[in-house]
Design a protein around this ligand. Structure first.
Ligand code: ADP
Ligand code: MG
Length: 519
């Protein structure tokens, strides 16, 4: 070729290359990670996020903060993805993962300035991350995860979250009971655990419901509000006239015919109600509508009926009571019904909820979370969902490791002792990884109001001389101590995922030397 330059990009394409591309990507990634840094740990602060439309979210949860922020830079967006992946895979450790990714990027920037080639950085980071995973395996507690230990892991995930006026220990106990309830031979069935929030009352009114809660209320005021030993039907249909019938034009020529038409309608509606009653139904959950006249017959017969039940809710009710969903009321038979110890309607302000408890199968369990305002219940809901994931991760995915920065100190130590065996400049990258990991205990120290340098030195010395040591937060300050003794534990899976996803994001960003963006 030669001579004429060849244009392969349209004119309004923006292109940043080489070092410029790297620097701007790294800066963006670092900036995002820095935002969540102050929320790390039990003494971490909350963020208030205000959307364009003025909606306010107050949270301490890394994934939520990053998700709510309006981030446009593609490299910054990759850090947001780290948090999202972490949330999806293990449900906790989002701040840890994004702060680590940010620090890995900062260290990569230094290395690039020192003329270490991006490929060497990538190789070094991967090598270091393998050493980190080995270190995590080594500090994983051998002890079988009994309820006490599981409660400690769960509680550690909640300290510092806005859980209102209820203490984390009580919540942790409730969460562990819920998780144990949904435990099967194939692991915990996460879908069987629901968190349902309701404002009003303090967070201490939060409790465990062995079953499900339906958001809909009874369709008729005269229906019973509480039924025990209930035979429960789940109906995926309308208890209403077929549309074809309603729309049909009656060719009415005399009064007799009109009456006939009306009574035919009545007859049809009555037959629906009778099918339900005859099958022996005490309580019916219907996904469609229930016509007023059907509702009033059901009420007279003492049947509690709820309509407009969502599909998800219907499925959960089915699993709780052991019913078979029926799609046509004429097919309804006694054997399709499930059973519950109680179905009870409770009033909360101007809302009514139906509690279905003690079902025949009762595989499902609901954490009924209360709080004074919606901000409280929202944050409580996030904390509980994280806590459920944490307990499951510890139970099903490889146990617990000491928290409070102790595992991070062990990781950095393991990497540093491995560097001597690594040749060339790659060694610098491996060392840089260890330095990056230090950001986690350092941040915990900062957020606890301790001097970060002193704390880190103290931690390392204690780690050398006495073994595992962490920064135990206590009241307004913290001290160096044994996290296992203090009951500060994290799931091993959370740490593993954080190392893996942070490494992946940082190495991907460091490798980019050309940003081509269509405008
Ligand atoms: P993440 O989003 O990464 O889970 P958190 O704000 O939940 O961030 O903080 C998690 C860190 O806080 C973990 O390293 C955990 O070990 C630590 N931690 C939890 N409870 C305590 C405590 N009482 N003292 C010190 N550190 C704690
Ligand atoms: Mg957490």
């Amino acid at each position: 070729m030669g001579g004429q330059p060849m244009f392969i990009l349209s004119e309004d394409t923006e292109r940043t290359r080489g070092e410029d591309a790297q620097t701007s990507n790294i800066q963006a990634g670092k900036a995002v990670a820095e935002t969540v840094r102050t929320t790390l740990g039990p003494r971490g602060m909350d963020k208030m996020l205000v959307s364009d439309s003025g909606d306010v979210v107050i949270t301490n949860d890394g994934a939520t903060i990053l998700e709510e922020m309006d981030i446009e830079h593609p490299a910054a967006d990759m850090i947001v993805e780290v948090a999202a992946t972490q949330e999806e895979e293990v449900g906790d450790g989002t701040t840890t993962a994004s702060v680590l990714a940010g620090r890995l990027l900062a260290k990569a920037e230094d290395l690039l300035e020192d003329d270490v080639h991006p490929t060497t950085i990538v190789e070094g980071y991967h090598e270091a991350s393998r050493l980190a995973l080995d270190a995590i395996d080594e500090v994983t507690l051998d002890a079988t995860l009994d309820d006490d230990l599981l409660e400690q892991v769960t509680e550690s995930s909640m300290t510092g979250k806005g859980t209102g006026d209820i203490d984390a220990a009580t919540l942790a106990e409730t969460v562990v009971t819920a998780v144990k309830h949904a435990q099967t031979d194939d692991g915990v069935a996460r879908d069987d655990i629901t968190v349902r929030t309701q404002t009003g009352g303090g967070a201490s009114a939060t409790r465990l419901v062995e079953g499900v809660i339906s958001e809909e209320e009874p369709v008729h005021a005269e229906m019973p509000r509480s039924v025990s030993d209930a035979d429960v039907a789940v109906l995926d249909l309308d208890l209403d006239l077929q549309e074809a019938n309603i729309d049909a034009e009656y060719n009415v020529t005399d009064v007799d015919q009109l009456e006939q038409a009306i009574s035919a309608e009545e007859e049809e509606l009555r037959s629906y109600a009778e099918s339900v009653v005859d099958a022996g139904v005490d309580v019916a959950f219907v996904t469609g509508d229930i016509e007023d006249r059907v509702a009033s017959i059901l009420a007279k017969e003492g049947v509690l009926a709820v309509d407009s039940v969502s599909d998800d809710e219907a499925t959960r009710i089915t699993r709780t009571v052991g019913a078979t969903t029926v799609g046509s009321v004429k097919d309804l038979e006694a054997e399709d019904l499930g059973s519950a110890e109680t179905v009870r309607v409770e009033t909360f302000g101007d809302e009514e909820l139906a509690f279905i408890e003690g079902g025949a199968n009762a595989e499902t369990v609901t954490l009924f979370a209360r709080g004074g305002t919606e901000h409280v219940t929202d944050e409580l809901e996030r904390a509980l969902n994280d806590a459920i994931d944490v307990a499951i991760a510890a139970l099903d995915e490889g146990g617990a490791v000491p928290g409070a920065g102790a595992t991070e100190i062990a990781i950095a130590d393991q990497i540093r002792s491995g560097t001597a065996a690594i040749e060339g400049r790659k060694q610098l990258a491996v060392e840089a990884f260890a330095d990056a990991v230090d950001v986690l205990p350092r941040t915990l120290a900062e957020n606890t109001g301790m001097d970060p340098i002193d704390a880190l030195v103290d931690l390392r010395t204690t780690h050398e001389s006495e073994g595992l040591a962490g920064l135990i937060a206590e009241g307004q300050t913290g001290h160096v101590g044994d996290p296992i003794e203090a009951g500060v534990l994290d799931p091993a899976a959370v740490k593993r995922e954080a190392v893996e996803s942070a490494t992946e994001a940082a190495t991907m960003i460091a490798r980019i030397d050309d940003v081509i963006s269509a405008n």
